[in-house]
Design a protein around this ligand. Structure first.
Ligand code: SAM
Length: 206
């Protein structure tokens, strides 16, 4: 299975760099491709951490990759507005899974709709709550590679992240739980969330 992220964000935030790093580790560098980077992008525009992990990227739109192989009926767009949920049987139909388009806003903005309308790929939903990109890839991997049904995957919705004794923040996403019942987040994400939260409290105090 190939996982494709149509990168629709402006540049690479720390958040997205941590997410993409985790995805490369989860699916393998040869199975992830970042497409649609702005024309003129060079290696200097890509965080070195991602390059060091072997990130594959292109300024081409996903429809122009793997000519002859990337045919429309082998492509599944992971789309929160799709009418059907992804199932293990979909692994027989699709080879490419395309992600991208919602910018973490809550409530979500339907930017995946741009991809849906532009390319007309078959869409599949991963339940009715917004996931982070690495969670959406992890969930897809569990369904199509490990053949686990969506309803058998253990999730937590809107977990509370405690960043000191008194304060916490609610994450507006659904996450997969690990065997210890802890939400799976990319390495370094917890620290980033804590830093951001402390920074905004400091800003309030100024
Ligand atoms: N970095 C990405 C970009 O540049 O567009 C942002 C991707 S967005 C935060 C997460 C992606 O995961 C969505 O665009 C969608 O493809 C997929 N996704 C998240 N929640 C989903 C759901 N409930 N059902 C289907 N797909 C979902």
């Amino acid at each position: 299975m190939k996982y494709i992220i149509e990168h629709m964000e402006d540049g690479f935030s720390e958040w997205v760099t941590l997410e993409y790093s985790r995805i490369i580790r989860d699916v393998g560098k040869e199975n992830l491709l970042l497409t649609s980077l702005p024309a003129g992008t060079t290696e200097k525009d890509i965080p070195s951490r991602l390059l060091d992990l072997g990130l594959q990227w292109t300024t081409e739109e996903c429809v122009n990759i793997d000519p002859g192989k990337f045919v429309k009926d082998k492509v599944c767009l992971l789309d929160p507005a799709a009418e059907i949920d992804l199932t293990p049987e979909d692994s027989d139909k699709f080879e490419y899974f395309v992600f991208g388009g919602i910018l973490g806003s809550h409530p979500r903005i339907d930017r995946t709709g741009i991809l849906r309308k532009k390319y007309g790929f078959a869409g599949r939903r991963l339940g009715d709550l917004q996931m982070t990109t690495d969670t959406a890839v992890r969930t897809t991997q569990k369904i199509v590679n490990e053949k686990i049904k969506f309803n058998d995957i253990k999730f937590i919705d809107y977990p509370e992240i405690k960043y000191n004794k008194y304060e916490s923040t609610e994450m507006p996403f659904r996450y997969v739980l690990d065997d210890e019942g802890t939400p799976i987040l990319p390495e370094g994400m917890l620290e980033l969330i804590k830093r951001d939260a402390e920074q905004s409290i400091d800003d309030l105090l100024i």
